[in-house]
Design a protein around this ligand. Structure first.
Ligand code: PSU
Ligand code: MN
Length: 310
């Protein structure tokens, strides 16, 4: 269960707490996708739909965010609505978490920060859209998402649709391999590319059922290897934007970010919103579909992990 025994930092939603106490299945969800990843009102409607998808697939959702310095594990409807339009919410990664808590700030958790909070809360599975990774132009900017290092140290399984295709995907995979993070493609041989089902890169591992992924997670933990597991689940065929179509828009977005001098935490939100505009909303529709698809798999995985060993 939770390592935060005295409740010093964490506030659990009652349903999340009671489910954890019974050893039931809970799926962590992040909040940066709500505050910095999607426009309003689609951000809030998606967050609700994603929670519903988790339930339908046999688990309890716990959306994680920092509100007035408290780590919320599971948000109320009111908190979720508020988050959807709030303007004073920080984008929190590992480096920002202690400050946000100490200064009683509001913060949306990225993949890295959500993994940390999920682990503190005793959750093992987390669903998102796409992880951050090595950015294009890393030779000059050294921009590598803290999400990658978090996967090397925090034992939470992240279900995503690959790394966002705005990134340098070959280098992202190299980095994960160097740092010893198992990367599992789900029911495919290829590492998926967020909006597209394939990146043209072969994934290191392929598994075809939630039970097989659960086995791998249990064994990794039993071996004491530390760190997380990345599960890359391709967007459903009907919702994908083929990689060659997407590339045109991505190249334009990356060039525009460079021209405007966008750096640091602002890069990913800028690229996502630029793509939303330039694709006439199509990139967002695909993003929504892939997050739901990941939530469904994460719930089935959490349910499989929660089963008592036979
Ligand atoms: N998945 C999405 N949309 C998003 C994100 C993930 O579909 O906006 C967020 C996650 O919170 C992830 C972050 O951690 O993008 C990556 O930000 P950066 O590249 O600055 O590390
Ligand atoms: Mn970055």
């Amino acid at each position: 269960m939770s390592r935060d025994i005295d409740g010093r930092f964490l506030d659990f939603a009652p349903e999340v707490r009671s489910t954890l106490e019974k050893g039931g299945a809970v799926v962590a969800l992040e909040s940066t996708i709500i505050t910095h990843g999607m426009p309003h009102p689609q951000n809030v409607t998606t967050a609700r739909e994603v929670e519903a998808v988790v339930r339908v697939n046999g688990a309890v959702p716990a959306t994680i965010a920092i509100i007035a310095g408290r780590i919320k594990v599971g948000l109320t409807d009111e908190e979720l609505d508020w988050l959807g339009t709030a303007t004073d919410v920080m984008k929190l990664s590992r480096a920002d978490l202690p400050y946000a808590i100490a200064a009683r700030r509001h913060g949306a958790t990225t993949v890295a920060a959500t993994m940390i909070c999920a682990h503190l809360a005793g959750l093992r599975v987390f669903a998102t859209g796409g992880i951050g990774g090595v950015h294009q132009g890393v030779e000059i900017t050294m921009d590598i998402s803290a999400d990658l290092d978090e996967l090397t140290r925090t034992p939470v399984t992240v279900v995503c649709a690959g790394a966002k295709a705005i990134l340098d995907l070959p280098r992202t995979l190299e980095y994960l391999e160097t740092r010893g993070v198992p990367v599992v493609a789900y029911q495919t041989d290829d590492f998926p590319a967020f909006w597209s089902r394939t990146s043209g890169l072969t994934a290191p591992i392929r598994l075809d059922s939630p039970e097989a992924v659960a086995d791998l997670i249990d064994i990794k933990e039993a071996l004491g290897l530390g760190g997380g597991v990345l599960v890359a689940n391709p967007v459903p065929r009907a919702d994908e934007i083929p990689a060659d179509e997407m590339k045109v828009f991505i190249d334009r977005a990356v060039a525009e970010a460079r021209r405007r001098g966008v750096v640091g935490k602002a890069v990913t939100p800028f690229l996502l919103s630029f793509l939303f505009e330039s694709t006439g909303g199509r990139s967002l529709a695909t993003n929504i579909a892939l997050v739901k698809n990941n939530a469904a798999l994460a719930a089935r995985l959490a349910a499989s992990l929660a089963k008592p060993a036979s």
